[in-house]
Design a protein. Structure first.
Length: 56
């Protein structure tokens, strides 16, 4: 269960609105998470941006 969201390309959400939603979901404002190597179990050196993103 997540909450599906969409925003128009040229009249979309402001950065402040996106950060507010990330805070509401108790996620880092950067949108990055600490991921782990599935084979070794070790964490990657840096947080990784996760999720769907589209750029024109």
């Amino acid at each position: 269960g997540g909450v599906p969201m969409a925003t128009p390309v040229f009249d979309g959400a402001e950065e402040s609105e996106i950060k507010a939603m990330l805070r509401l979901a108790d996620l880092p404002e950067s949108g990055q998470l600490q991921l782990f190597d599935g084979r070794t179990g070790e964490s990657f050196a840096r947080p990784v941006t996760v999720g769907y993103m589209y750029m024109l």
